[in-house]
Design a protein around this ligand. Structure first.
Ligand code: G2I
Length: 434
């Protein structure tokens, strides 16, 4: 209970007038359901203000998208680089976020030296990697993906070929989990995979392995269901049933890499189904989406996440928040979105226009950050009232005069950027209702 209250505080949940105590963020709403709500994070984005405000404002768990993989942490044998991953872990912990560790033993993003070892060396390198990484982060990781994607796609139910499988035989997965338990007894140990989200031959094979581990006392605490969905791989009809059958083996289940390609209402409905399935399974302890914004998604063309490239909340966001029992202002949400276009360009400068549009409720005012890239300078603005940060690069634009917009209505402001030979488009932050 204390943990829940702490999570609510750091995620900035406020009681909204007229909406009783419904939480207004993903993390806050999930916490009220006894779940976490996380995002995959890349170190490269930790300096981007709008990224950080969405990450810190909406999520209470994080996973490093690439920075804790074997190639990042141990690029050559027994030489470990923890600096970048530490920045992610430290950020999460400074915000009271829980951290998922991803991932210890995986055939991909595996440095070449591992694959060229003979069996005995490979076994000791595998155990050394698990032990060294887990000890480094001991006490700081909520759940580790100890083994990732060890099974083949398709109907065979077989293990995937990898240096571990090919040289060590079936026992390598069990050995990894035993080594992991010894290295950080406080971390939950997960097996994580994709295309195991519904009942099928691949998930059957994982199920059989987990059942065997539980029967024989091999340490395993959780199974991660990546849940990368698109039209070729839609949310399965038996998603909830599949989560439940694993939970019934006595492990937690986690949705670890959720993203769903699509847009609008269809995408929102799919996201809602995933959240509802997790909430219906008491051992489904949390959901992680595989990124914060469509802009940085590994499938950016598929716009699969909850915030668009300008950090606006998408319909999928509202569906998830509502499914978690939260609300950010009622059915019609007081929100606004932005879009940007370059309208003119000359030899030394260009003009940009930002259009601000109210969501499905009227708004009384708005605020948008425009960041230019040094040595660019904004030399003129119109139809707005700007203020500047100390660097001079970040302009906060508010309405000049009455800022109210009726539901769905829009207004635009403009500005001139002196390029100083840098023609990069400005970064447009999320629209805030204020
Ligand atoms: O493929 C989606 C995910 C499937 N499950 C395991 C996850 O770990 C995996 O994540 C993705 C990352 O989202 C990508 O960002 O894993 C990919 C690699 O398997 C990551 O892509 C790699 C690129 O392939 C590299 O070229 C790049 O250097 O990201 C690297 C770092 O940006």
């Amino acid at each position: 209970m204390i943990g829940t209250v702490g999570a609510l505080c750091v995620t900035g949940v406020v009681a909204m007038p007229g909406t009783a105590s419904a939480a207004s963020t993903l993390a806050g709403a999930a916490a009220e359901q006894g779940r976490y709500f996380g995002a995959a994070v890349s170190a490269g984005q930790l300096n981007e203000p709008d990224y950080m405000s969405r990450l810190n404002g909406e999520f209470n768990s994080l996973t490093a998208e690439n920075e804790m993989k074997w190639d990042a942490l141990e690029p050559s044998r027994n030489s470990f680089n923890f600096g970048t991953a530490d920045r992610i872990v430290d950020h999460g912990r400074s915000r009271n976020m829980s951290v998922r560790g991803h991932t210890l033993v995986w055939h991909s993003q595996l440095p070449g030296w591992v694959g060229s070892l003979g069996a005995n060396d490979l076994r000791s390198a595998m155990n050394n990697h698990i032990t060294t990484v887990m000890r480094h982060y001991r006490g700081k990781i909520h759940s580790w993906d100890v083994v990732n994607e060890a099974f083949q796609d398709g109907g065979s139910g077989a293990r995937r070929s990898s240096p571990f499988q090919d040289k060590l035989g079936n026992g390598w997965i069990e050995e990894s989990f035993r080594t992991a338990r010894a290295a950080d007894p406080g971390a939950k140990l997960c097996y994580n995979d994709y295309n195991t989200d519904g009942v099928n031959a691949k998930s059957d094979a994982v199920y059989t392995m987990v059942r065997d581990f539980k029967q024989r006392g091999v340490p395993i605490d959780c199974v991660g269901f990546q849940s990368h969905f698109n039209s070729n791989s839609p949310v399965p009809g038996d998603y909830q049933r599949n989560l439940q059958r694993f939970a019934d083996l006595g492990v937690d289940v986690q949705i670890t890499e959720l993203d769903i390609e699509g847009s609008g209402t269809a995408q929102a409905n799919d996201y809602r189904r995933v959240v509802e399935a997790c909430l219906a399974v008491s051992r489904c302890t949390g959901i992680t989406v595989w990124g914060v914004t469509d802009k940085y998604s590994w499938r950016s063309g598929g716009t699969p996440l909850l915030f668009d490239g300008n950090y606006n909340k998408k319909p999928a966001y509202h569906a998830v928040l509502a499914a978690l029992g939260g609300s950010d202002g009622g059915g019609g949400d007081a929100s606004c979105t932005v879009s940007y276009e370059q309208t003119d360009r000359w030899g030394d400068r260009f003009n940009g226009r930002v259009t601000v549009r109210a969501g499905s409720s009227a708004i009384s005012s708005w605020r948008v950050n425009v960041t230019v890239h040094s040595p660019q300078r904004i030399s003129a603005t119109w139809n707005g009232s700007p203020t500047w940060d100390s660097s001079g690069n970040v302009m906060t634009m508010r309405p000049s005069g009455n800022g109210s917009l009726s539901a769905g209505a829009s207004t635009s402001f403009g500005f001139t950027v002196m390029a100083n030979n840098n023609w990069t488009a400005p970064s447009i932050g999320a629209c805030s209702v204020s």
